[in-house]
Structure formats: C-alpha cells, structure tokens
Design a binder for this molecule. Structure first.
Ligand code: NAD
Length: 469
C-alpha cells in the first residue's frame, strides 16, 4: 500500500473506530480482531523451459466463530502475508454484515498471472490445493476458497479436482470451493454476483432523496456519471449493470492506462476495442491518460475503484471529485483518505458491505452443493402451472383473454438464476437498510456503521456459544 500503515493496520484502525461505539469488553474485542491461523508455504515450480522456481503462498483463516471459513484466492505479484491477513479479517466482517454464516479467510499466491502459461498456472494451483488439503486448510465444513483478483472459475475447477482426488469424503466434496464453472457444480449468477451486488448497493444508496440532497445529486441512477478503476470481474459487471440502470460510464482505468470522455462511452464498445487492440487506450473520442491512477481524480458522480487496495490515499484524496465512492475492491481507500473524503462530505459505500455480493452467492452455491439439487428444480413447473391456472380462472370470470405476452410474463416459475438474483438483491438491500439506520443512530459514516454491525453480530455469536457471558 502507498500509505506507511499496513493494510491490516488500516483494517484494524477502522475496527477500533467502530468498536468505540460498542460496549463490549476489551478482551472480547481483541478476540474478534485477531487472526486465528495462517499457513505460509513455499513450493517448487518447474517452468515450461525446465527452470525451477520457488512459489510463495498463504492461506489465512481469521475467525472460526462460524464454520466453514470463506474467502477468495488472489494471484498477484505484490501479495504478502499482511495483505492476506487483512483480507481474511475483512471477510469475517463482510460475512457478518450480510448474514452469511461463515468465518473469514483469504488466500494468496505471489505471482503475476501474465508471466505464467496456463500449464504453469495449473501446476501452481494444483500444488496449492494439495498443500491446503494436506494441512486441513480446505474442506466443505472447514475452509471454502473462491475466486478473487487474478483467479476465476478455471482455477476453482482445478482446486476441486485436486481436492476430489485426495479426499476420503467425496459426498460433499463439490462444496470445498465456490465460484466453479456451472458444469463443475457452480451456480448460475456467481460470475457476475459481486458486480451485481455493487450495482444494487449503489442503486439503493442513490434511492434516498435526503442523502442525495446532501450531496447535491438527484435521487436515482439515471444520468449519473461513473468512473471505474479495473475492468476485471468486479469492475466489468458493476459497470455493465450501472450502465443498464441508466448511468453513463465516463472513465475507465486499467493497468495499461485510462480513458475519459465527459459525454461517456458504451462499455461494450470499449471492451471490443480492447479485444481488438489489446488496450483500452486510443478509444475513439476519449482522452488518453497515461498515468492510470490519475483517472481517480476526474469529474464524475460515482467513483468505483474495483482493482486493488490502497488506491485513494492521503496523497490524492483531496483531488477526488466524485461525490460517491463505491468500493468494489477490498481496501481501496486508506484510513487517512477515508478521513479526508468524509471531511469533504463524500458518501463512501464501504467494501465490507458493497462487494459482499460475491460471498453471498458463494453461500448459495455451497448450499446447492450440499443439497445436491439445483435451486428451482422442484418448484419451477409447479409455480408456472399454478400461475397459469389463476390466469385461466380470471379469464373465465371476466370473459376477457390475456395476450400471450401477458401470460408469458406472469405465468412463470423461478429459474435458478432468478432465485440467486432475488436472494442477492434481498441481502444487499437488507444490509444497506441496517447499516444506514446505524449510521443515522450513531451519527457516523457507513463504514463505521458497517464495522459496528459486524462487531455486534460476531460478539453475539460468541455469547451464544457461551464463551463470553
Ligand atoms: P480481476 O483480476 O478479475 O480484475 C482486476 C482488474 O484490475 C484486472 O482487469 C486488472 O488488469 C486491473 N488492474 C490491475 N492493476 C490495475 C491498476 N493499477 N489500475 C487499474 N486497473 C488495474 O479481479 P476481481 O475479482 O475483479 O477483483 C478486484 C477487486 O475486487 C479486488 O480487490 C478483490 O479483492 C475484490 N473482490 C472481488 C470479488 C470477486 O468475487 N471476484 C469479491 C469481492 C471483492
């Protein structure tokens, strides 16, 4: 991180700020804060050219107050133990905020994916999964990884296959990892879940007229301008749903540079341009910004950092022009920057809430794997024919017929993805209502309110276990 304070210290400072609003004892607060276990490993990789290289990796399990623990696996050249601990810590609070019954965990492998072939990445992933299995750091009831920065369904499928080949309990083995491809026990809607959750959270926040009035913005998404940093899984889907919801994308930052156009551009046009040219730069009609990070300081209503941590710091926060900072990434705002932005009256939608859509749908995937049945399989046809019978009865009573269009939009049964999206929406809205109410009651910001909520829920769970009277 660019700040002198480590990522974990940043997270703990945010915890301490919220803890002051609670009346829990110092001992309990320390217990909630500490990271339970970390497995640090090094293993050899024989590269395609025959050379041997040593790979460094970690898995941190922050809290086992609920099991399994859960959190993504990150592949990045700057991953380190502090970062993995910080991300695992955030996962505990995130799960509590959205009522997902898991403890927090996170994994990291110190590699830049661009420098390794698919064959090498497979070898690294399988060895990592082997290490986790051997040390009991993975399992449906122990610790369940998922995708994060630099990983996707492909890596999750390799992990599942490796775990499957080693486990002596194959019945529930599919639930050892989430974010899998649908054909490998994944769930429809997981790939886009984090970005969709980011969109729902922003839409919810923008729906409160009194909150928008304070920012000098109109309520609703329509016409709001957006800058996205990072066009990966989270950033791409957040941008896609925000655009569909009526926002205009005016800026995009990627590792190769950034583009800006005050009149906006169509997301898919930029994506196609990047596919054709290998870069977002040079997009017709847009300004090229060589130093990618500068895009954070351009004019927009909503800034969505969706790449890495430590992007908005004390060095650039006062130049950020966005009124709403919507944290798609984990830890994009340092605690010093947080103070500066709040001082300027910005609304910060914190990572621990806003990017919780991924873990929420991962929870649904885990449930689906344990129940061995696709959601909607038992009830879809039944719902469809019940609704159709009601429409027929209404037709009989009124003597008027519905059009085919009316019928097909009303007489439907929910598919798996309908149910997943509905569960995600319910979760994101409920969690926002909760943290907003706390923020108002305590006269504080949303991040502090979210941490307060997490601390209280984890504390309650310890009390229920009888550990802390
Ligand atoms: P990803 O690997 O799919 O995408 C990250 C994108 O950021 C890539 O396109 C990469 O090229 C780009 N990038 C890298 N360096 C950049 C830079 N300096 N400036 C601008 N862009 C840069 O990763 P992701 O899964 O989208 O994760 C992004 C963030 O969201 C991370 O902080 C991650 O922890 C968080 N997150 C992800 C999920 C999930 O479900 N994937 C869930 C919760 C939180």
């Amino acid at each position: 991180m660019s700040s002198d304070i480590s990522f974990l210290e940043q997270v703990n400072l945010m915890f301490d700020k919220a803890a002051r609003f609670t009346d829990h004892t110092g001992g309990l607060l320390r217990q909630i804060k500490m990271c339970n276990s970390v497995y640090a490993m090094e293993f050899p990789l024989q590269r395609d050219n025959g050379e041997i290289e040593t790979i460094q990796a970690w898995r941190a399990e922050h809290s086992q107050h609920k099991l399994p623990t859960k959190g993504g696996i990150r592949y990045a050249s700057n991953v380190n133990e502090d970062e993995v601990r910080a991300l695992a810590t955030l996962m505990t609070y995130k799960c509590a905020i959205v009522d997902v019954p898991f403890g927090g965990a996170k994994g990291g492998i110190k590699i830049s994916t661009r420098e390794y072939s698919a064959n090498e990445l497979q070898k690294i992933t399988r060895r990592y999964a082997y290490e986790l299995t051997r040390k009991n750091f993975i399992g449906p009831g122990i610790d369940v990884p998922a995708p994060d920065y630099g990983t996707s369904g492909r890596e999750m499928a390799w992990i599942l296959d490796t775990y499957n080949s080693l486990t002596t309990e194959p019945l529930n083995a599919l639930a050892c990892v989430t974010g899998k491809p649908v054909g490998q026990g994944g769930i429809r809607g997981r790939t886009e879940a984090t970005g969709r959750g980011v969109y729902i959270g922003i839409r919810e926040a923008c729906g409160y007229k009194e909150d928008m009035d304070k920012l000098g913005l109109t309520p609703g998404l329509k016409g709001k301008t957006v800058i996205i940093q990072g066009l990966g899984n989270v950033g791409y889907f957040a941008a896609k749903f925000l655009e569909e919801g009526g926002c205009t994308i005016v800026g995009i930052g990627e590792y190769e540079g950034a583009i800006y156009s005050k009149d906006g551009f169509k997301l898919e046009d930029v994506v196609n341009h990047r596919k054709e040219t290998g870069s977002i730069m040079g997009f017709p009609g847009a300004e090229n910004i060589e130093s990618s990070k500068d895009i954070l300081e351009y004019q927009c209503d909503i800034l969505v950092p969706a790449a890495l941590e430590g992007q908005i710091t004390e060095h650039n926060a006062d130049r950020v022009k966005a009124k709403i900072i919507a944290e798609g990434a984990n830890g994009p705002t340092t605690s010093e920057a947080d103070k500066i932005l709040l001082g300027k009256g910005c609304l910060i939608l914190p990572d621990v809430y806003l990017n919780a859509g991924g873990v929420t749908v991962s929870y649904f995937e885990w449930l689906r794997n344990l129940s061995h049945v696709r959601f909607g399989r038992m009830n879809r046809r039944f719902e469809q024919s019940s609704a159709s019978n009601i429409l027929s009865a209404v037709e009989k009573l009124t003597g008027r017929n519905f059009t085919e269009g009316d019928r097909s939009s009303v007489a439907i049964g929910a598919t798996e993805v309908d149910l997943v999206n509905s569960g995600l929406e319910e979760t994101m809205i409920n969690a926002y209502v909760e943290i907003r109410a706390i923020a108002i009651a305590k006269d504080t910001d949303l991040r502090t309110a979210a941490f307060f909520n997490a601390i209280d829920k984890v504390a309650k769970s310890y009390a229920e276990m009888g550990i802390w009277p």
